[in-house]
Design a protein around this ligand. Sequence first.
Ligand SMILES: C[S@@+](CC[C@H](N)C(=O)[O-])C[C@H]1O[C@@H](n2cnc3c(N)ncnc32)[C@H](O)[C@@H]1O
Length: 417
Amino acid sequence: MAQLSARQIALQALRLWRKEKRFADSIIAEFLANTELTPSDRAFALELFYGVLRNLTLLDFWIACLRASRVETGLHDILRLGLYQLFLLKTAQHAAVHETVELTPKRQRTIINAMLRVAARQATELLARVDAQPLFVRTSHPQFLVERWQQHFGVAHAQELCEWNNLPAPVYARINLLRIDRTKFLRAYPKSRPVSDNPNFVEVSSLPSDALERGHCYIQDPSTTLACQLLDPKPGERILDACAAPGGKTGYVAQLMENLGTIVACDRDLARLEILKENMARLGVGIVQILRHDWTHGCVPPKIASVAPFDCVLIDAPCTNTGVVRRRVDLKWRLRRTDFDRMQQRQIEIVRALIPLLQPKGALVYSTCSLEPEENEGVVRRILEETPILRLEAERDSLPFRDGLDGAFAAKLIRTA
Ligand SMILES: C[S@@+](CC[C@H](N)C(=O)[O-])C[C@H]1O[C@@H](n2cnc3c(N)ncnc32)[C@H](O)[C@@H]1O
């Protein structure tokens, strides 16, 4: 690939994202892997790409203000990039306009130049007009999502949530006590900042590659520990981590078990299981049996049945991920109204398949990183209604606007007989 500038990469990545509907992260990673940008240009390409994706509705609102008639699809992404620089990134006006015009095919430069110059002249007015727009425009979210959050959390919290989703996410790492203790870690990596309510977590400004390679830490949000703490696994126990890949919770569960006992880590996705395997090796986890299985297909494989019944089963279920929108920038554009009920069916199917593998008095923890009642309390309620041998022991959640962490939900069910 010819050497592209940061702006050209952002533009091409945006076009590909619109055309192919692939995950934004993988598209931009591919582009960056194939170019030799300086670190600051890489950061700029990422800022432009994710910045535009975060603010699509708002940028399109400004485009509509500037031109009543339809804008050609090819020009849309160019205008979005120009307006993002002008209004949100506060790039110097001349550079924002000039560099955006440079991205444009020659025959269309006049129109892009004219529109961006008008935008620059009317900046105060265009920015002020945003205040009168509904929340879904101001914060660029699908309208149905904002409306359901307003209904569930109230107007003020829905606004806080949407604003939170648009902020770049901090990077947190869990100190892996199987490899290093907290004091030594903080001494070895002095740039990491301890997280006040979670002593085994640190915040880092960039990926701590050395610490990761040595297995001294694992990148994860502190909210992910909620489920493991409810599970409360003990050294020597038999644990089934049913939807385990890439192993964030498996690693923490192994640490809580002091690397003693057995964890059977399953997932239906082979590629993700490969990553889990590498992660466990790096973290020094020595008690994991890794098995591929889809809980919605067929009977339990003999390798799992032979270890059952389990003291605890962790079901970190596939979900709509609405608690982690700030980390998956294009997620909000993929969601559909029907996803919540569809996911609930799948989640219930998975839980049903796992109940027989739990031993009497054993604990089943069901968790998601969704904020939606259908996928959280809704699943737990349905399971309790149809399974009299289970009782609810505890339910916990993490809400971004209340806890300042990613959204998460966990419920602990005990098998009584
Ligand atoms: C939320 S992720 C798990 C994250 C993991 N527990 C961690 O902490 O790193 C959900 C996982 O469920 C897996 N999954 C989805 N449907 C499944 C099914 N029917 N059977 C088994 N695994 C499934 C996905 O491949 C995905 O890896």
